[in-house]
Design a binder for this molecule. Structure first.
Ligand code: PAF
Length: 295
C-alpha cells in the first residue's frame, strides 16, 4: 500500500494506492459506504466526470485502474493500449479519490486469464459490439464481477459511451442478484463533439476531423426523429457516407433494451454507431425520442 504525495508541495494528499485485494480490504475497513469507478486507466475528462458523480454518492471513492486482458480479442490492442499510471494518479488526486486499486494480471487472474471461470453475457452479448468482438463482453462482465467482489461497492458508476456494456452490467447485477447500485453517466464530449475515449490518442489530426462525422451523424438522426425510425437512420447514414475516412461497422436505432426497432416504432430510443477511422475503432451513441413527443 502506498500513500501518494503531491509533486508540488511534498504533502500527502490522501490517495492510497493498493495493489492487492488484501490491501484493498485493509484500506476500506470501517470507512463506511463505498463508490467505485472501474477504469482501464488512460484517464480523460470523461473519467474525471464519472469520479465527480461518484464522489458524493458514498463515504469512500475507489477507482480501479486495470487493463483487463480478457476483454481484448486476438489481434486487438491489449499490448498497445495506452498505460499512463502517473498521469492517472494525478487525475484521481484532483478528483478527490480516496483509494486507487491497481492490481496486476496475476492478482485478478491467479490461474492466468485463460483458466478462469467466466461470466456469460447471454444473447445481448452477441449483437452490436458482441458481433464484432465475440469474447469482449465475457471479459468485461468477468472483470467487473471480480472488481465488485474485491471492492464490494454500494454504488458503481459507468459511462454511457459504452452503452451496451452498461446495459449488460445492469443485467448481470439483476440476474446474479448482486447488491450494487449501477449508475450511468452521460457521454462527455470534446468541444468539437467527439466523444471522449482513451483510444482517441490513436487518431491523427486528420483522423480526428474525420471522426467528428460520428457525433454529427447522431445529431442529424436526432433532428429527423419526429419523422420516424427510417428517417433517423437515413439522416445519420447520409452524414457518415459523406465522410470517406469513416468505415462504419454498424448504425442501429434500438429501444432502451437494445432491440433494433422498425419504422412503426415510437418512443424513447438509442441511436448507436461503431466505426473504424484508420485502425481505431470508435463508438458513439445518443438518446432520442422517435415520433412526436407523447407518442
Ligand atoms: O469501460 C471500461 O473501461 C472497461 O470495459 C471496464 C468497465 C473498466 C472493465 O474493464
Amino acid at each position: 500500500m502506498s500513500e501518494r504525495t503531491s509533486e508540488t508541495g511534498g504533502v500527502a494528499t490522501g490517495v492510497r494506492v493498493v495493489r492487492t485485494r488484501a490491501e484493498l480490504r485493509a484500506a476500506l475497513a470501517g470507512r463506511g459506504s463505498v463508490a467505485l469507478v472501474p477504469t482501464m486507466g488512460a484517464l480523460h475528462g470523461g473519467h474525471a466526470s464519472l469520479m465527480r458523480l461518484a464522489r458524493p454518492a458514498a463515504d469512500v471513492l475507489v477507482v480501479s485502474l486495470f487493463v483487463n486482458p480478457t476483454q481484448f480479442g486476438p489481434g486487438e490492442d491489449y499490448d498497445a493500449y495506452p498505460r499512463t499510471p502517473e498521469a492517472d494518479l494525478a487525475v484521481c488526486e484532483a478528483a478527490g479519490v480516496d483509494v486507487v486499486f491497481m492490481p496486476d494480471v496475476a492478482e485478478m487472474y491467479p490461474d492466468g486469464p485463460d483458466a478462469s471461470v467466466m461470466v456469460d453475457p447471454g444473447t445481448l452479448g452477441t449483437v452490436l459490439e458482441g458481433a464484432a468482438r465475440p469474447t469482449h463482453f465475457r471479459g468485461v462482465l468477468t472483470v467487473v464481477a471480480k472488481l465488485f467482489a474485491a471492492v464490494r461497492p454500494d454504488v458503481a458508476v459507468f459511462g454511457e459511451k459504452d452503452f451496451q456494456q452498461l446495459a449488460l452490467i445492469r443485467r448481470m447485477v439483476r440476474d446474479l442478484g448482486l447488491d450494487v447500485r449501477v449508475e450511468g453517466h452521460p457521454i462527455v464530449r470534446e468541444d468539437d463533439g467527439l466523444a471522449m475515449s482513451s483510444r482517441n490518442v490513436y487518431l491523427s489530426a486528420d483522423q480526428h476531423q474525420q471522426a467528428l462525422a460520428l457525433s454529427r451523424a447522431l445529431g442529424a438522426g436526432a433532428e429527423a426523429s419526429v419523422e420516424g425510425a427510417d428517417a433517423v437512420l437515413a439522416a445519420a447514414r447520409a452524414v457518415l457516407d459523406a465522410e470517406p475516412g469513416v468505415d462504419v461497422d454498424y448504425l442501429v436505432l434500438a429501444d432502451p433494451f437494445l432491440n433494433p426497432v422498425d419504422d412503426s416504432f415510437a418512443g424513447d430510443a438509442r441511436l448507436l454507431v461503431a466505426a473504424r477511422v484508420g485502425t481505431t475503432r470508435l463508438l458513439d451513441n445518443r438518446g432520442l425520442h422517435v415520433g412526436r413527443e407523447g407518442a
